[in-house]
Design a protein around this ligand. Structure first.
Ligand code: ACO
Length: 445
């Protein structure tokens, strides 16, 4: 696993004069407490989803000393449209062509924040199939999450995550328990092909997320129970990793799983908690999504378990913001960074959500792994603290100006970027120019 976060960010909090809450004129604490976010990364005009994915793939191959010829499948998950036909995967082929490897299957997968999970499943299924030729699969999740001015804008972010897929890995799939929920809704979508911004029904998207979570959890539990012959509850997993549009939704989601365990009469729900949730046992599911009292009561009873099972997964999403396809895997990277070798023998449950909607709950069992894929080496290569610290904080005005420029540049041709790489770390790819045929050119610092 390797991670790359856009190199500039803004503070969302309410303490300094130059933060986004002040800039946007919203009440103090709305973004930090209301959304639960600390800061938000964004791409400047020299970075985009292609440059970030080039950087993260190169970094993964170099850091784990993987010969590019050993990659047999490359899958990209992204919802950031740069070209309606040409896959981001094809830009990444430059790295492999240089080494004479053009025999690599896979293209891009897209459906909002779920594309990364679809790409991951494609790669895992390939490695488990008759078509597997013994080489590694490589999954890249890359997105720049930007919103039009308004309430959704502080829930943006930008990053790329790359994951190597092969046998005998420290993270091993428990594929038999996967539970999915797929449906047709208009909660968040991108019908305007001339704009990078989505059309968002924020409130609907929150309810759809929780409904999908309930449905996936129920299928997941049923499959587990059928195969294992015993009931599943949140106590059977050590960590829960959620797609994280903003942290407050993650807090509500874990509380919702606790409420599900209560409704399913799991013996692990303590008597005191049962009493607190009893008044809500007869609510219809529609009413339960709207009940502030239930939300409060379930968050309160789940709080101690949230602190141990979820909080360690929240570091990068709280710092970088919503990374769309990369969000779930940045949360996984957070727990690998925070818990490192203690993860051996533990179970991690993942919840992937993409608006529109597609969602899956699945799980991993973790083992120590063998060099270079040991848990300690993965955490060392992720180098999360140093990467977060080495980013550059900018004022909200710069963020707004960058988005204005990107609006202008979206779908444009015949321009050269500033090529200002002063803030980029060595080895970072950046966009240099787009020619009169819309062809994009990148260089490495
Ligand atoms: N101090 C503390 N809390 C505050 C303050 C304050 N000063 N002001 C507001 N809040 C709280 C509100 O009470 C609310 O809390 P709640 O969620 O517990 O009810 C929270 O902050 C958000 O405030 P709202 O006014 O309810 O919501 P807002 O209109 O700002 O919109 C939303 C939030 C819907 C998340 C918006 O940012 C959005 O549309 N984002 C994009 C869509 C999204 O991320 N959806 C999630 C799943 S889909 C996906 O992943 C893209």
């Amino acid at each position: 696993m390797a991670a790359y976060y856009a190199h500039v960010y803004i503070e969302l909090g309410a303490d300094k004069m130059d933060e986004l809450e002040n800039h946007d004129g919203v009440s103090k604490g709305k973004y930090t407490i209301g959304l639960g976010q600390d800061s938000m990364a964004f791409c400047t005009e020299v970075e985009d989803v292609i440059s970030m994915s080039l950087t993260v793939v190169k970094s993964l191959l170099e850091n784990y000393k993987i010969d590019p010829k050993c990659i047999g499948r490359l899958e990209v998950g992204s919802e950031t449209v740069i070209d309606k036909s040409k896959s981001i995967k094809t830009w990444l082929m430059q790295i492999f062509e240089e080494c004479g490897n053009t025999d690599i299957e896979g293209v891009d997968s897209s459906n909002a924040c779920y594309g990364g999970t679809a790409a991951l499943f494609n790669c895992v299924n390939w490695v488990e199939s008759n078509s597997w030729d013994g080489r590694y699969g490589l999954v890249v999740c890359t997105d720049s999450a930007v919103y039009a001015e308004g309430t959704a804008r502080p829930t943006g972010g930008a990053a790329a995550i790359a994951m190597l897929i092969g046998p005998n890995a420290p993270v091993s799939f428990e594929s038999k328990y996967r539970g999915s929920h797929m449906a047709h809704v208009y909660d968040f979508y991108k019908p305007d092909l001339a704009s990078e911004y989505p059309v968002v029904d924020g409130k609907l998207s929150q309810t759809c997320y929780l409904m999908a979570l309930d449905s996936c959890y129920n299928v997941f539990c049923k499959k587990y129970e059928k195969l294992e012959g015993k009931q599943f509850s949140i106590h059977d997993a050590d960590y829960f990793v959620f797609h994280s549009p903003y942290n407050k939704l993650v807090q509500k989601s874990f509380a919702r799983l606790y409420y599900n365990d209560f409704l399913r009469k799991c013996s692990t729900v303590e008597d005191g908690s049962r009493e607190k949730l009893e008044p809500y046992s007869g609510l219809s599911s529609e009413k339960s999504y709207q009940s502030r009292e239930l939300e409060k009561a379930s968050q309160q009873v789940a709080k101690h378990l949230y602190d141990s099972k979820v909080q360690p997964t929240t570091l990068i999403p709280k710092q970088v913001g919503n990374m769309y396809t990369a969000s779930l895997y940045a949360a996984l990277a957070s727990v690998m960074h925070n818990k490192n070798v203690t993860l051996a023998g533990q179970r991690i449950v993942m919840f992937s959500y993409g608006s529109g909607l597609t969602s899956t709950m699945f799980s991993f069992k973790i083992n120590e792994g063998q060099h270079p894929f040991s848990l300690s080496n993965i955490a060392g290569i992720l180098d999360v603290s140093k990467k977060l610290e080495s980013r550059h904080v900018v004022a909200p005005e710069k963020f707004v100006a960058a988005l204005k420029l990107m609006e202008h540049r979206y779908g444009a041709k015949d321009f050269t970027t500033s090529q200002d790489t002063s803030l980029l770390a060595p080895g970072t790819y950046y966009l240099t120019h787009v020619d009169s045929m819309y062809r994009r050119f990148y260089a490495v610092k």
